[in-house]
Design a protein around this ligand. Structure first.
Ligand code: F6R
Length: 364
């Protein structure tokens, strides 16, 4: 049931601190400050390349995970949308691991990619939310998300749980490759374990996000900008807004603005900037200022320090808790979900059953 919530989507957004904690509990051994994953019947240390394949929101989780596999484990990682992967004769060498990511575990294109990779001798790991699904059954290594049933068509809690699993798995692979010593692992586990509380803190901004939704609800087009692991979040924010409010939205890597999209900027196109303070902050802010210099209306999503440093001149700011960069993509999922939700409610659309969309896409 929806409980006290008006829509399943809102209920599921609010469940995130609990379901992410639930998911992390099965992947972290807090007492020993270690990640703890199911042991596959192949040696993780022999994995030389990771290929991540998924669709939609699950694909964006894969884009975030690419940073982790490369940064933590130093294993080359490719990410592809499943419908593209299958038809481009991808090179799959020995020592390759395919990771499929899917809430339902039934998405036709992702399943077909899994089967293709298996026939080419790849090991298969599946990050799925339905443990009895076809992908779960066909994988060599099952990495379940424990998000519970997701009813709203727009994916929310499955996404943050996918990120939790993928971060733990990247750490596990890093350890297997001899790239993560006990001290670094301990730090990483501590940061991951902070995610549920940080998600909770992010939810506290719900009312202020609701209060500014009207600024976005009147727009015909909206842009989202992010850098590094927050670039996929920009794509996710744009997808959520399109899906449930039917407002045209695009996500861009912040540095790409000046290579084309900045031509769209005028005072009618709100630009949502995702910029946690940290090593990439200054660069993203300078892209944001280029937008403002052309009359663009910016909504800055950052932490207290970031909003203090760059919030002036924005039409609105949303202040997130200050978190370690590892968990920022999880935490910043919350404001983009809530913003899409409140804009959709303001427009009066059917949030849980958007037009033309199905929860599980079992045709190619
Ligand atoms: C977006 C959304 C879709 C799914 C996509 C993949 O809100 O829900 O983009 O993420 O259809 O579905 P799964 O994860 O079940 O493979």
């Amino acid at each position: 049931s929806k409980g006290n919530h008006r829509h399943y989507m809102l209920k599921e957004i609010y469940e995130q601190p609990v379901v992410v904690a639930q998911t992390l509990r099965s992947y972290l051994r807090r007492m020993e400050d270690q990640v703890s994953l199911p042991v596959p019947d192949f040696d993780l240390g022999t994995i030389r390349r990771v290929t991540i394949v998924a669709c939609g929101t699950s694909y964006y989780a894969g884009m975030v995970a690419k940073y982790w596999f490369e940064q933590l484990a130093r294993v080359p990682a490719d990410v592809d949308v499943a419908s593209e992967f299958r038809y481009r004769a991808p090179v799959m060498e020995d020592g390759g691991l395919m990771i499929v990511i899917s809430q339902s575990g039934e998405t036709a294109d992702t399943l077909a990619a899994l089967r293709h990779a298996r026939s080419e001798g790849q090991k298969i790991a599946a990050v799925v939310n339905v443990p009895t699904s076809t992908m779960a059954r066909e994988a060599d290594l099952l990495l379940p998300t424990h998000a519970g049933p997701e009813i709203g068509v727009a994916s929310t809690k499955a996404f943050t749980c996918q990120l939790a699993v993928l971060a733990a798995f990247a750490a596990n692979l890093a350890r297997a490759k001899g790239r993560l010593d006990a001290k670094a692992e301990k730090e990483l586990v501590r940061h991951l374990a902070e995610a549920p509380a940080a998600l909770n803190a992010a939810l506290a901004y719900d009312e202020s996000i609701e209060a500014m939704a009207h600024l976005i609800a009147v727009a015909r087009d909206v842009l989202y900008l992010g850098r590094g692991p927050d670039y996929p979040l920009a794509l996710e924010g744009a997808l959520k807004l399109k899906e449930i409010s039917y407002i045209h939205a695009e996500g861009y890597a912040a540095g790409e603005m000046k290579h084309g999209p900045i031509a769209l900027i005028d005072d009618k196109v709100p630009v949502i900037v995702l910029a946690p303070s940290g090593p990439l902050f200054e660069k993203t802010v300078s892209n944001m200022q280029e937008v403002q210099a052309r009359g663009g209306k910016v909504v800055l999503i950052s932490d207290y320090d970031g909003v203090q440093a760059a919030g002036e001149g924005c039409i609105a700011t949303i202040t997130m808790p200050k978190v370690h960069p590892l968990i920022a993509p999880m935490v910043y999922a919350v404001p983009v979900q809530l913003l899409a939700y409140h804009v959709a409610v303001a427009k009066g659309t059917d949030v849980d059953q958007p037009r033309n969309l199905a929860k599980s896409v079992t045709v190619e």
